[in-house]
Design a protein around this ligand. Structure first.
Ligand SMILES: [Zn+2]
Length: 125
């Protein structure tokens, strides 16, 4: 299942000063990556005529200082192989502290019984 993130940009004198499309885009990608998503593709956001007129009106009202600008649509999907599902291969093997195995018949005893004798075959453990 894909996710769509909208990267909002702004225009006008202030908008152009404070908004960097590159920075906004990389910020969005960083957040997606932190959520375990990978980039599929980036689309420029489309702006219809109505939105364009609204934006021009806002620009006029703010004396050319600021208005919304079309940004990007960032399509991501969950990473197929997340590092956390790679399996327990990296975990250390469980410690074998408290068992003793008879070297002759293979019977194993709980606890460190080295030096004693096997109940089954009498072999020294
Ligand atoms: Zn034995």
């Amino acid at each position: 299942m894909n996710n769509i993130h909208r990267v909002n940009l702004s225009s006008g004198i202030i908008g152009m000063l404070v908004t960097s499309p590159k920075r906004a885009l990389s910020q969005c990608l960083r957040e997606a990556s932190a959520n375990g998503e990978e980039l599929v593709f980036v689309l420029p956001d489309h702006q219809n005529v109505f939105q364009l007129l609204i934006n021009l009106l806002i620009l006029a009202l703010t004396l050319l200082l600021w208005c919304p600008a079309p940004g990007y649509l960032v399509i991501t999907r969950p990473r197929s192989i997340a590092p956390s599902t790679a399996g327990p291969a990296h975990e250390p093997p469980p410690a074998k502290m408290s068992s003793t195995e008879c070297s002759k018949c293979g019977k194993s005893y709980e606890g460190d019984l080295r030096g004693q004798y096997c109940e089954v075959c009498g072999n020294r453990l």
